[in-house]
Design a protein around this ligand. Structure first.
Ligand SMILES: *Cc1c(COP(=O)(O)O)cnc(C)c1O
Length: 365
């Protein structure tokens, strides 16, 4: 049996005619950048994510970049974030001349360990960026408590977590700004790159709206230094169709996660922390024989993926920051022992049982 990590074709087949109608609407309008489709998506995502404002941008990376620009991040400013995430979380800080300050993770949830944050806060700290990794929200109460006491804004990297909840509050709505990604492999994925900044702060929303379009409100009158971080109408039209199915797809992912939990033995399963709605962008297990397991699965036609083999503090491009191996042990251990399994909603119970048997056989002690 062949089990890919992700199969978007099956999902597309179920919404094909609806998506093509939406695309036709954009093609007939010949309005390709921003405009009514993007505005409608912004309203719908704001509502879905329990935020007052949403600003469509060109990617999740640009959402993070624009959010930091909206806070006026300056060269030498420090931003505290997790050492275990996709590169963009830290890349945007350095691109603006800022200094990423890395904090280790809670080994059970893979999210930033709030108890380690305060020791990293200095006079130069301008933001904290927690990441809701793999679709489960970080310990936001503790993060926000530290941030409020030190008057530091919080940007939630919710690129993997649209619709995830903590105490019924949605990812991206708790901090000063939240950043979403519509990269095709995310739970809500477009037909190309896309992203969004969500916020309850009118002023920040207005700044991001200006920043995404060269810093102007009135064309040719550039008030602040921005860029081209605009979202395409075609992406917005596709995403509006897909948003209607997102909860149903999330339930499919959650059901798949439960089945894995019933079937898997001898590997560490991902923890669901209390009071969460986990949306399972990834289902990540741990085992000391990770590389052997991945190789054996591959031989049997089962795809898996290592997110992330090198923690951020040990990336070559961050050598200048002076971190060494051993500095952030929980992140380094996660990089060595975790493996993401196929979890997409269209997986069948047969496929999940096949994957689980292969793992149980390889990992039996
Ligand atoms: C995907 C992702 C991003 C970047 O999103 P893009 O749309 O690919 O630019 C940022 N942070 C995290 C945690 C992600 O998973």
């Amino acid at each position: 049996m062949n089990v890919p990590l992700l199969d978007l074709k099956g999902q597309y087949a179920t919404i094909r005619s609806e998506v093509r109608e939406a695309l036709d609407r954009v093609l007939d309008s010949q309005h390709f950048i921003l405009g009514p489709e993007v505005e409608a998506l912004e309203r719908e995502i704001a509502e879905y994510s329990q935020c007052r404002f949403a600003v469509g941008v060109s990617s999740g990376t640009d959402a993070l970049l624009a959010a930091l620009m909206a806070l006026n991040l300056e060269p030498g400013d420090e931003v505290v974030t997790t050492a275990y995430s996709f590169f963009a979380t830290a890349g945007v800080i350095a691109r603006l001349g800022g200094k990423p300050v890395f904090v280790d993770i809670d080994p059970l949830t893979f999210n930033i360990d709030p108890e380690l944050i305060e020791a990293k806060v200095t006079k130069r700290t301008r933001a904290i960026i927690p990441v809701h990794l793999y679709g489960q929200m970080a310990e936001m109460e503790a993060v926000l408590d530290i941030a409020r006491r030190h008057h530091i804004p919080v940007i939630e990297d919710a690129a993997q977590a649209i619709g995830a909840e903590l105490n019924r509050r949605r990812a991206g709505s708790l901090g000063d700004m939240g950043c979403l990604s519509f990269f095709p492999s995310k739970n809500l994925g477009g037909f190309g790159d896309g992203g969004m900044v969500i916020t309850n702060n009118n002023e920040l929303a207005e700044r991001v709206r200006m920043l995404r379009n060269h810093g102007f409100r009135t064309r040719y009158h550039n008030e602040i230094l921005g860029g081209n971080f605009r979202l395409d109408a075609i992406q917005a039209a596709v995403l509006r169709v897909k948003l209607k199915y997102l909860d149903q797809w999330t339930e499919g992912r959650q059901a798949n996660a439960s089945l894995y939990r019933q079937c898997l033995q001898s590997v560490q399963l991902p923890l669901e922390a209390p009071n969460r709605r986990h949306i399972y962008n990834q289902f990540v297990i741990r085992t000391s024989g990770r590389d052997e397991l991945a190789a054996s699965l591959k031989e049997q036609g089962i795809a898996s993926e290592v997110y992330y083999p090198v923690p951020l503090h040990l990336q070559t491009c961050f050598q200048g920051l002076g971190y060494r191996k051993g500095d952030l042990p929980a992140s380094e251990d996660a990089a060595r022992t975790t493996l993401a399994l196929p979890i997409y909603p269209e997986l069948t119970p047969d496929m999940i049982q096949f994957v689980a048997s292969a793992i149980n056989y390889q990992c039996q002690t």
